[in-house]
Design a protein around this ligand. Sequence first.
Ligand code: NAP
Length: 285
Amino acid sequence: MVISGKELAASLKRDMAAQVATFEEKYGRVPHLTVVLVGDNPASVSYVTGKSKASAEVGIKNTTIRKDASISEEELLQLIDNLNNDNSVDGILIQLPLPAHIDENKVIAAINPAKDVDGFHPANVAGLWLKQPCVLPCTPKGIIKLLKKAGVEIAGKNAVVIGRSNIVGLPVSKLLLNENATVTIAHSRTHNLAEVARSADILVVAIGKPRFVTADMVKEGAAVIDVGVNRDPESGRLCGDTDFAAIEPKASVITPVPGGVGPMTICCLMENTIECFLAQRGKIR
Ligand code: NAP
């Protein structure tokens, strides 16, 4: 079964739109997401456009602030401080990556954690690991929703996550652990990766290498989540980290690229913006 993140995201966005439609009357305004884009990296421009489109679908106010790549770190930090203190802004997202002269960690740490819709601020990361109220990062949150929607039982299962980045591998591992899976985190130094991957009932791949995971690395009946977004070196088309065509007949469920995890990431960004808006109004997350 191919799990369509596109369909699930569309249905969740419709539900959110119905919820947001009641906010004007209940709270006097709708949630407001501010996205800051530094420079003109084409991938970043496209991601920011996607976020603006999704906001319009859900009825969230979206402001995109574009800054030249030459902006100084100090100016960017000042902009974030202004947004932190602006009561009309509920969510702040700084589109990554930033130009090399700007310290991304410093920038992320400058965002008010209550407005950190990406869930990257150290306070939110700590909240995830300590199981305290926090903003969950969008991609890992979307992956758990996809697995649940597909009816994949997580508790007690062996989950293998290939990749240990702060934005995908590590947080998705923790969310799977919270769902009572037994989790193995694999990475570039893992010995016998194929063997480790074959032990997975749930295999999450977040590496960034086109079709790296081949069918012989997947156990019959495994649930496969492909997070990768790559360009196929031959066709130039978007492709994931797994050999989808070869693995699909073997897997119980699998996500396609495009149309799998990607749409869920944006959908969860919308959900996080609504949650930040409500939390700031004393409604629990
Ligand atoms: P990243 O920070 O570059 O991390 C890649 C991870 O893969 C690292 O932990 C690395 O191991 C591991 N790795 C690299 N080569 C490997 C190998 N040969 N064997 C085993 N592990 C290997 O990447 P990321 O930010 O997590 O992103 C991963 C992919 O997901 C990218 O394609 C990215 O575009 C995509 N992505 C998609 C979404 C979405 O919404 N769909 C969101 C975020 C990212 P080491 O730690 O040992 O170096």
